[in-house]
Design a protein around this ligand. Sequence first.
Ligand code: DAT
Length: 179
Amino acid sequence: MVLENGNRKKPNILVTGTPGTGKTTMSTRLAEATQLKHINIGDLVREKNLHDGWDDELASYVLNEDLVCDELEDVMEEGGNIVDHHGCDFFPERWFDCVVVLQTDNTILYDRLINRGYRDSKLSNNVECEIFQVLLDEAKASYAENIVVALKSNNILDIKRNVATLTDWISNWPVPVYG
Ligand code: DAT
């Protein structure tokens, strides 16, 4: 039997999507269900200073892609990680066995972002990002299409179903390759 992707014993999963689609909520539950490690890139960037300073306009740190990738290289090689981030095009393609793009209906997402305190251009930019499926396109452009999966995240039942589906997939990984 040959294991896929560099002989990792456990898979690496990327959970991406527009802010507010439920990446952190679902990744937390999935990590509890599977004992995989949840890595929230935003938290990691703040904790380890993997940024080039604060952007007032975006009201967020300017992530330094090289520092983030260097920081994660060893743990990703090891496997067993759930990486949670709203972008996905700068990670090495070889890191991931499954790329999940969470999607939320616009009106539901709008309310979630209002509750989070988003206003004006930050609010409209993120809702537009969801309407135009920017993250799904980015994922498809960055990874093999057969590992990219779009999952609805409108309500609690969706989260439960998504966690169950992914837990099942993880428990059956790796798919043996013969020959
Ligand atoms: P993200 O990590 O994508 O920015 P989050 O997990 O922080 O999103 O969730 C944002 C808010 O929306 C939070 O209050 C939880 C809620 N939420 C997320 N996904 C949900 C879902 N499928 N059903 C109901 N509420 C959800």
